[in-house]
Design a protein around this ligand. Structure first.
Ligand code: FAD
Length: 430
């Protein structure tokens, strides 16, 4: 561990360990955590990364479907200090991306402590330290508790840490299979089956496409409006075009209007096929809620041809394998997949006390950002040596920018701290 000063282990029977840390504690070894760690390593600042799973980038490794490719072109997904290899396709697959992340970690000497789930972090004002508790798991079981302390804490646990599955009436009555999109790998095993996908974001649309291509019959339940945009326009990525237009300082409403005009020309009227557009434009919605528009990779033509059927919001499960929709219609399905997204888990373990919470109970980052803006000039800096990386709602691009800012700030403080007290100024009890 790069930043471990010393470890005073308790006896195995006590299952408790106290670890004194030099440099910051980084929670999470996804792209955000790796980017901060890599940048700190370039600043020669030691660090300790705590990761709950048994490898880096758990979301990409264990909770995504096989056919997943980066939704955005590769130039918008590189982490700081390392380009993607030149032979990567324009939209790297998840396997390409994982290869890149593994070599990134190796190149910058990032060696996280795996199997550590952070369950509590609080600022100890008297000692001017963050005190962090992690449950250590071995073979899927909690084996011990460790305590860490550092003047700096980097929260990099992501906006997608926990799955969100809405409570639907009658769930216990449904005899078919029910899963969240994080457990979906491929449509292969649903061949010949009727599958209801609840949710029409990028994952929901792409799973419907996959199911269709693997011989299943997908239905997509749509509750509210959604913006579907072609992934590319005029041979260029839609996201890249939007970024360029915004760089020219065109008003966001005008950029939205242009995007929707081209989308209409390329895709036609999506409302005609059950996907009505929200009142606000795609970029405005992204700015306000963090919700991304769907970048179509092929599902739209299958919706138009009726191979993917659009159905309304689910009202309840009924006995057997039936589902009732809000329009009163009932249909039978072999499986229901909830493509209903994720939320942050930070509110459950980060305790801020007198400063108020940076994250709301439901992990809402809008309030978090608002409060951070009040205490600093960015998304990434909180009070008292707290840093948040990857919560700006801007995907990997935002995570990279946060990581550079956070690491530079920590490096400055680390140098001041080290100059003032070459030995670690850490209390011996936690
Ligand atoms: C299907 C899908 C496709 C996506 N495609 C793109 C894309 O193309 N481009 C893009 O920019 N973004 C994309 N995203 C968004 C993507 O999640 C992020 O850009 C990226 O993974 C964020 O990295 P992160 O490190 O902030 O979070 P994560 O990747 O979620 O990593 C967080 C890490 O923290 C760990 N962790 C969580 N809680 C704890 C805890 N309490 N203690 C210890 N460790 C913990 C997790 O195990 C995980 O390893 C996609 C998301 C999904 C779900």
């Amino acid at each position: 561990m790069q930043g471990q000063e010393e470890a005073a282990a308790g006896s195995p029977a006590e299952s408790c360990q106290i670890v004194h840390v030099r440099g910051p504690i980084i929670v999470g070894a996804g792209p955000s955590g790796l980017a901060v760690a890599a940048t700190l390593s370039r600043h020669a600042v030691p660090f300790t990364v705590l990761e709950r799973s048994d490898g880096i980038a758990d979301l990409w490794t264990n909770r995504t479907y096989d056919r997943l490719r980066l939704h955005l072109p590769k130039v918008f997904c590189e982490l700081p200090h390392a380009r993607f290899p030149a032979d990567f396709p324009a939209y790297p697959s998840k396997h390409d991306f994982l290869r890149y992340l593994r070599s990134y970690a190796a190149r910058f000497g990032v060696a996280p402590l795996f199997g550590r789930t952070v369950t509590r972090a609080r600022f100890d004002a008297a000692a001017a330290l963050w005190r962090v508790t992690a449950v250590v798991s071995a073979g899927g079981r909690a084996a011990a508790t460790e305590h860490y302390a550092s003047p700096w804490l980097v929260v990099a646990t992501g906006e997608n840490a926990e799955v969100v599955v809405p409570r639907v009436k009658g769930r216990e009555r449904f005899t078919g299979e029910v899963l969240h999109s994080s457990a979906y790998r491929s449509g292969e095993r649903f061949k010949g089956k009727r599958v209801l996908v609840v949710g029409c974001g990028n994952s929901g649309m792409e799973m419907c496409l996959d199911l269709c291509e693997r011989g299943a019959t997908p239905f997509m339940s749509v509750r509210s409006g959604v913006h579907v945009l072609p992934r590319e326009m005029f041979g260029r990525s839609t996201f890249g075009i939007a970024m360029s237009l915004l760089k020219w300082r065109l008003p966001i409403k005008l950029v939205d209007w242009l995007l929707l005009l081209v989308a209409r020309l390329v895709l036609g009227d999506t409302a005609k096929h059950g996907l009505r557009r929200p009142k606000l434009g795609p970029l405005e919605i992204k700015n306000i809620t963090g919700k991304s528009p769907v970048l179509d990779v092929g599902a739209w033509s299958l919706i138009k041809s009726g191979n993917i059927k659009i159905v309304p919001e689910v009202e309840s499960f009924i006995s057997g394998n039936g589902v009732r929709f809000v329009d009163g219609n009932e249909m039978a399905f072999d499986a229901v997949i909830f493509a209903t997204g994720y939320r942050s888990n930070v509110p459950s373990w980060l305790k801020q006390q007198d400063d108020g919470e940076l994250f709301t109970e439901d992990g809402n980052k809008a309030k978090a950002q608002q409060q951070q803006q009040q205490t600093s000039n960015g998304h990434w800096l909180g009070p008292k040596g707290l840093y948040c990386v990857g919560f700006s709602g801007r995907g990997l691009l935002g995570a990279g920018a946060d990581a550079l800012s956070a690491a530079a700030d920590i490096a400055g403080r680390w140098q001041e701290w080290a100059a003032a007290a070459p030995g670690p100024k850490i209390s011996s009890s936690v």
